[in-house]
Design a protein around this ligand. Sequence first.
Ligand SMILES: C[S@@+](CC[C@H](N)C(=O)[O-])C[C@H]1O[C@@H](n2cnc3c(N)ncnc32)[C@H](O)[C@@H]1O
Length: 230
Amino acid sequence: MVESRVSFDSLAPWYAGLERVLAGPLLQRARTHWAGQLAGRRRLLVAGVGHGPGLVALLRQYPALTAVAVDASGRMLEAARARAGRAGIAPGRLEFVHAPLAEWNAPAGEFDAVATHFFLDCFPADELRAVVAHLARAAARDADWLVTDFSVPATGWRRQRARAVHALMYAFFRPATGLRARHVVPPDAFLAAAGFRCRGRRRWNHGLVQADWWRRSAQEAPPSVVAGQA
Ligand SMILES: C[S@@+](CC[C@H](N)C(=O)[O-])C[C@H]1O[C@@H](n2cnc3c(N)ncnc32)[C@H](O)[C@@H]1O
């Protein structure tokens, strides 16, 4: 799996404040929009957990849920750990993995819930394909996957506006973190190839931000996934 070296460490101390100033409550509204679909799920994987607001919201909502949170940035993980502590999440419910996703040997088929919040939009197409495949292998045959990302409407002034806003964002994040992505690549085709189907989609701010709920049914899981769990 090809993956570039990325570090959000230098942004970690400012990240939550930056979000509050630039987006207010919008991103958290998007992260939590489909949370209700995870009722009854037991084991959650959060990739690119960052400072952890999506993770902590899910753990608070579902007291029986345990989670693994992966991130390449140690300082982001410190922020997520502190947030979980402040929220009173028992440390035993939560495992943090400090590693680039490609270097994490994910247990196959372990997670019946996956959440990626503003993570998939960090990757150019070649990396995104591998990232989605990696997470899909870790997901159970009938897993739910909550995907929240910046997005680009299909046509019109909303599309032009989103592209302009994203261009500014990537112009900031690329030099600050080492991201290779230059624009948002929709992960839909890669999720579909892994057997997931989009069951719900909600957009905000004229299509600038999008939250999806994807689910894979055991029948739709590709043979490699089924074999991995046999
Ligand atoms: C844009 S931030 C989003 C953080 C958080 N999920 C949120 O909702 O705000 C992307 C996060 O993904 C992490 N990240 C980026 N590339 C990664 C990779 N290849 N492996 C693991 N983590 C990565 C970064 O360190 C950062 O914490």
